[in-house]
Design a protein around this ligand. Sequence first.
Ligand code: G3P
Length: 214
Amino acid sequence: MNLFIDTAEVAEIREAQSWGILDGVTTNPSLVAKTGRDFESVLREICSIVDGPISAEVVSTDAPGMVEEGARLARLHRNVVVECPVTPEGLKATRSLTGRGHRVNVTLVFSAAQALLAAKAGAAFISPFVGRLDDVGHDGMDVVGQILEMLDHYTYPAEVLVASVRSPVHVIRAAQMGAHGATCPFAVLQQLVKHPLTDVGLERFLADWKKAKH
Ligand code: G3P
């Protein structure tokens, strides 16, 4: 199970990386905008922190533009994975970028049908947005289950990277289903490690240790 962090904040990435549990990073235009920093310099810095797939999204909406932008992003570092939306133009761009040897993360996936097309276009990663599906009254993890069941019959190289993760429950369900990975905001990574009984237990151990002979 791969755990990615879904942020463009380098301080969060450095901290998560220091825990020794991080396999990659995903960003998107909204997350990059929040940093107030230049995209390419943030991306270079992220690539210097984590040695794993780093998704960087294109903002062109036509295939030639996505391919040009994606190829430029991929040239910045060997770990850059180009993120393309699952639109007809995004599928064209995915096929073209994949043909040029770049890895593509097909993003904004909300259905098994979209995931199937992404796999056929050559995606290295497929990102179903579970939290946003939950927000509109669906069960995002049901869609993940459909995608995994579907891909299990074939040999597409695509990995399912559960995205728009809002809570540890999404991550645990993803792992139970055998999803290849989940990308989590830093707050969710913190929630994953935190347990009140661990805190209480540690406090008690340390208090008792003070009373022990040593
Ligand atoms: O990587 C996709 C993810 O960032 C979307 O998350 O929380 O904006 O739905 P959210």
